[in-house]
Design a protein around this ligand. Structure first.
Ligand SMILES: Nc1ncnc2c1ncn2[C@@H]1O[C@H](COP(=O)(O)OP(=O)(O)OP(=O)(O)O)[C@@H](O)[C@H]1O
Length: 312
């Protein structure tokens, strides 16, 4: 697939000496929705800010839609829309003036029809003559999105678009993102929420302490997330796993007091009912059972363990 953003050897060390990004290589494909996941302080905003030309990289090159973000900044930036995490807009201006002005900043000819359709899509048309400062927080966020779309960007960055927004805005945002994707816009969003990535993304990148530790198709990642563990507390401890249970790939834990079975909860046949029947046939009784789902955190932990070479 055609790359729309190519990032090579990107690092960022802030003046304070903090290395916010370790060498990052990443290609964003044209027309995809890419979700960048990571905990607070992982480097998501720094990465976006560098690609959008707000923060200068320490090393590395970034090409956006064929233009080097540093040597051809204006051409590259005109292709990009950015919805930042923080609301940065003129409080005394009206909605319409702010969004119209944003388009002009990118050297685009005025297009009142486009501005109107953006404002209507974001339920801002009725508020077009209101001053920004009189709007609610959610409405202000909608204005930020309208500003980012004012110059018809081919690439849209959304930095935590749904942090702290209500259900309605979240749903509108997701619908908008889908419609933009249908129009061929490439979307990169950062989020803490795995559901958001699950709902929206084609691919997911996980960033941890400035390091892009995983980039994967969402469906593959969801398969990993779909892993569940069934733990049975046995009535009587077992010395070894009975050969009759070989097909389930179970393990004994806690000195034979617990039988553990890891299965894929996405599958129609998880193997759980048949395992329980087999245990009953074998006369293996259990006092209690519980299941736990591997979370994004589990994936983080196992990746960190792997990266540091510690025993998993
Ligand atoms: N201007 C700056 N000067 C020095 N350090 C900074 C600056 N901006 C960010 N940092 C640091 O860089 C690291 C990465 O921050 P960044 O905002 O990119 O993370 P994030 O993944 O976006 O986090 P969050 O989810 O909290 O928004 C953090 O340790 C942060 O404190």
């Amino acid at each position: 697939m055609q790359p729309v953003i190519s990032i090579e050897g990107l690092t960022k060390t802030y003046k304070s000496g903090l290395q916010a990004l370790k060498p990052i290589d990443l290609t964003i494909r044209k027309g995809e929705i890419f979700a960048l996941l990571g905990p607070n302080g992982a480097g998501k905003t720094t990465l976006i800010s560098v690609v959008c030309g707000i923060v200068t990289p320490t090393t590395g090159t970034i090409v956006a839609d064929g233009h080097d973000i540093q040597t051809e900044y204006r051409q590259a930036r005109s292709k990009i829309g950015l919805v930042p995490q923080e609301l940065t807009t003129d409080a005394f201006e009206t909605v319409l003036a702010t969004v119209t002005f944003s388009r002009g900043l990118f050297g685009k000819a005025p297009d009142p029809k486009h501005i109107e359709s953006v404002l209507r899509e974001l339920s801002l048309w009725e508020k077009r003559n209101d001053k920004i400062m009189t709007l609610s927080g959610g409405m202000k966020r909608r204005v930020m999105i309208a500003k980012a779309l004012s110059h018809e960007p081919d690439i849209l960055f959304l930095d935590e678009p749904t942090a702290g927004v209500d259900v309605e805005l979240r749903r509108d945002m997701w619908n908008l993102v889908r419609r933009l994707r249908e129009q061929g816009v490439t979307i990169i969003l950062t989020t803490h929420y795995i559901e958001e990535a699950e709902e929206m993304a084609d691919r997911v990148g996980v960033i941890l302490k400035g390091e892009l530790i995983l980039v994967e198709e969402k469906t593959a990642l969801m398969k990993k997330l779909g892993k569940k563990t069934l733990t049975l507390n046995l009535q009587d401890p077992l010395q070894t796993v009975p050969p009759e249970l070989a097909e389930w790939n179970v393990t004994l834990k806690n000195e034979g007091h617990e039988l553990e079975y890891v299965f894929d909860s996405n599958l129609e046949k998880t193997g759980v009912p048949s395992l329980l029947r087999k245990l009953s046939d074998l006369g293996i009784a259990f006092k209690d059972l519980n299941t736990s789902q591997s979370s994004l955190e589990d994936i983080f932990v196992s990746l960190v363990h792997r990266d540091t070479g510690a025993a998993a």
